[in-house]
Design a protein around this ligand. Structure first.
Ligand code: PHE
Length: 503
């Protein structure tokens, strides 16, 4: 412990100043924040609180800390203060009502808006109004008037300290929405201890303490004899609350920068598309179950999207008998009407395929991160609107190995180096792959990939192999953010959003 002979062990400057100021006044004075700030010539209360805390740790100062609860009007309370409490207004209306005695429920519903009439009746019932055959009947009008006046007086008395208020009314208003709010305030008083009184004023001279290293300082000699400010990195500090991107947006940016870095260009396109490009171009048969109304969002407006006759005829021949590809096609009769039905794209492959149709002979690497729509029931792992990470590589020597390497590179850059592919089936690719990533010891399926079939490429005049993939962005977000419910991404849970890592 402290002994007089020891002097003041390494006090910080604010602590020295505060202790000195306290020593200069009566020894048993109790200091409040304002007098302390004035005596030390400070404006920032955090400095005073910090110095007081330090002196307390040294045993030189005693701190008396009390938490006060101050009750004040919240938004709804301000309004009630100006215009009267809801029960007050309804009660006045009931009493003013001359032509119709006693007042009716119907009259109430006409005189007050729905959002007031409902809760208002509840409040009146609690006060003793009953509804009898559509009439509002008060058996104890004086008591009601009194209770309402008491509530009004309570609100008028705010702001006030918790323990000065009637607790049953306080409970009543705490249970109602937005009328009152509680603000907790810590009030401190500081006083010298016997030890604090005995610290020698010689030890309380403020020293020049260097808190920042500058090149000028290091070039001279002064630093050799200077005192350096120590930082206590174990002290609690507030986390700065600044604006930031939503984690989904941050993830999209990261995916983008990875593909850009890998030499891809970004494709952005509309989500209103024709069934022809969304499905027929990809050799998805016209009677495929995924094309049904219960799986795909079709649009009423426009009633159809006009497609080029050449392309319709090419798809017709591919679908009916395989065109020139040697395939047998799907058989049956192909409908150009079905082709021209508008829909919300069910995958972003609808856009890469159109890009290829426009540039059938230019080697390319294209990606997109964009929204798609499927008629899914919302649950822990499904949303009707979600995002896909889509991509294609068209090159003369493109092959399966290149596809797998590209996907592995992407996921490795995302932080998931363990990637495997498994055989899968899509009507538009051969071979077709499923991409899986290892996460917490388990393999998770994140998307599909493959090489476009001739039934897809030939009608569009594409001659080089096209590697293609489409992967779920929300699935990836669940891994990155460690979520087990996909819905968390889109509810505006501010506390959760603030605590998400920077991606
Ligand atoms: N379009 C597929 C899907 O939505 C993914 C995919 C894209 C598969 C490209 C193969 C090639 O799941």
């Amino acid at each position: 412990m402290f002994s007089e002979a020891m002097g003041a062990p390494d006090l910080l400057n604010p602590e020295r100043r505060m202790l000195r100021a306290m020593q200069l006044s009566e020894p048993d004075r109790s200091w409040d924040l304002e007098s302390l700030l004035a005596a030390c010539e400070w404006t920032d209360q955090a400095v005073a609180v910090g110095a007081g805390h330090g002196l307390q740790n040294h045993g030189f100062v005693a701190v008396d800390e009390r938490v006060l609860r101050e009750i004040s009007l919240d938004l709804g309370g301000d309004d009630a203060h100006k215009n009267g409490l809801l029960e007050h207004r309804i009660w006045s209306w009931m009493n003013d009502h001359e032509d119709e005695h006693p007042p009716t429920m119907k009259g109430l519903q006409e005189a007050f808006e729905r959002h007031e009439a409902g809760p208002g009746v509840g409040l009146l019932k609690q006060l003793g109004v009953s509804i009898e055959g559509g009439l509002l009947v008060a058996s104890n009008p004086d008591e009601i008037t009194r209770a309402i006046a008491e509530r009004t007086d309570f609100l008028t008395s705010l702001p006030a300290l918790d323990d000065t208020l009637d607790q049953s009314l306080l409970n009543h208003f705490s249970a109602r929405k937005n009328l009152i709010k509680v603000v907790e305030r810590t009030v401190r008083h500081w006083s010298l201890t016997a030890e604090g009184q005995h610290v020698s004023s010689d030890d309380l001279q403020e020293t020049v303490v260097i808190s920042e290293l500058t090149p000028e300082l290091l070039q001279g000699e002064a630093w050799k004899s200077a005192e350096f400010r120590a930082f206590d990195v174990t002290l609690e500090a507030a986390t700065p609350r600044t604006g930031r991107s939503h984690p989904m947006q941050a993830l999209i940016e990261r995916v983008r920068s990875i593909f850009l870095e890998m030499g891809f260009s970004e494709l952005v396109d509309d989500y209103v598309q024709s069934a022809g490009w969304n499905m027929d171009a990809l050799f998805i048969p016209q009677d495929h179950p995924a094309r049904e109304m219960q799986d795909t969002f079709y649009l009423d407006q426009p009633s159809s999207i006009k497609l080029d006759d050449d392309v319709l005829q090419a798809w017709k021949s591919i679908h009916e008998h395989g065109g020139e590809t040697g395939s047998t096609g799907w058989g049956g009769t192909y409908s150009t009407e079905v082709s021209q039905r508008p829909l919300l794209r069910t995958h972003t492959t609808v856009n890469t395929i159109q890009y290829l149709a426009e540039h059938p002979n230019e080697a390319c690497r294209v990606f997109s991160v964009d929204r798609v729509f499927r008629k899914e029931a919302i649950d822990r792992t499904h949303l009707p609107e979600f995002h896909q990470i889509e991509g294609i590589i068209m090159e003369e020597d493109a092959n399966l190995q290149m596809l797998v390497t590209t996907l592995k590179t992407f996921y490795t850059k995302m932080g998931y180096p363990e990637v495997r592919v498994r055989p899968a089936y899509f009507p538009y690719t051969e071979p077709s792959l499923e991409i899986e990533v290892k996460w917490r010891g388990k393999w998770l399926e994140l998307g599909g990939a493959g090489i476009f079939r001739p039934e897809v490429t030939e009608p569009l005049g594409i001659t080089s192999p096209v590697l293609a993939w489409g992967m779920g962005l929300e699935r990836l977000a669940m891994l990155v953010l460690g979520l087990d419910d996909i819905r968390q991404l889109y509810i505006s849970d501010l506390e959760w959003l603030r605590n998400q890592p920077v991606l």
